[in-house]
Design a protein around this ligand. Structure first.
Ligand code: DX5
Ligand code: ZN
Length: 232
């Protein structure tokens, strides 16, 4: 089993003490920092942009996992690259208003890890044409836009399909920058706590995004340990 990676979502952090919060989750054992970018159009909420990602970059050497819930991601990718993103994940839905294949190549050409994601109501078929182009698939386990929502267990079907795809396909795609395991990472995001983390890992996920269950916990190290524990 690959190492389970924990990516705290700073959307749930106390922004009045953001630097301290980042140092605390890093010391608590976080593997990545998940940055939720919302534009008020693709999703019904507004969060933060490249300037804040740049600030986060200065606080930590952990990989920055940037999740773009925005329209026209292709227009903004260069700004998140300049801000210090290590991986950039874009949405596959038409409502995201970009040429998915071109944007994935743009992220690759910028030297970042390439992520693709789909909403709970979007079929797995929509992203199949792009699976050979990505390093990571993010399966949304809530409808994007807000933290603190409940986990949607039916999305595990997509996690299973991605895990099967990993097992079945020849992974020799030369375009990948970092796939030492020859597989794509399978990330889940939304309503992740120790119970739903266990369900996600059992179905094949290896990267867990968590906001509320970490930043609302009295002890971040214990919260992260409990998410990872089930992986043994
Ligand atoms: C929602 C975001 C998630 C969210 C997770 O659109 O993509 O990353 O912040 O928060 P919790 O863990 O509280 O569901
Ligand atoms: Zn997210």
């Amino acid at each position: 089993m690959p190492k389970i990676l924990i990516a705290p979502s700073i959307l749930a952090a106390d922004f009045s003490r953001l630097a301290e919060e980042i140092h605390k989750v890093e010391a608590a054992g976080a593997d990545w920092i998940h940055c939720d970018i919302m534009d008020g159009h693709f999703v019904d909420n507004i969060s933060f942009g490249p300037t804040v990602v740049g600030f986060v970059r200065k606080q930590t050497n952990l990989p920055l996992d940037v999740h773009l819930m925005i329209e026209h991601a292709d227009h903004y990718v260069p700004r998140f690259v300049d801000a210090g993103a290590n991986s950039i994940t874009v949405h596959v839905e038409a409502e995201a208003k970009h040429d998915v294949g071109k944007t994935l190549q743009q992220i690759r050409d910028a030297g970042c890890r390439v992520g693709l994601t789909l909403n709970p109501d979007t079929g797995f078929e929509l992203l199949e044409p792009f699976l050979d182009q990505i390093d990571m698939l993010l399966v949304m386990t809530v409808h994007p836009g807000f933290g603190g929502q409940s986990f949607r267990a039916e999305q595990m079907e997509k996690v299973k399909r991605a895990a099967d795809w990993n097992k079945s396909r020849d992974r020799k795609s030369a375009s990948r920058t970092d796939s030492s395991r020859g597989e794509i990472d399978i990330e889940v995001d939304g309503g992740i706590n120790p119970e739903t983390a266990r369900v996600s890992i059992e179905n094949g996920a290896n990267v867990l995004v968590a906001g509320t269950s970490i930043f609302r916990a009295p002890d971040y190290a214990k919260a992260i340990r409990e998410l990872r524990e089930i992986s043994g």
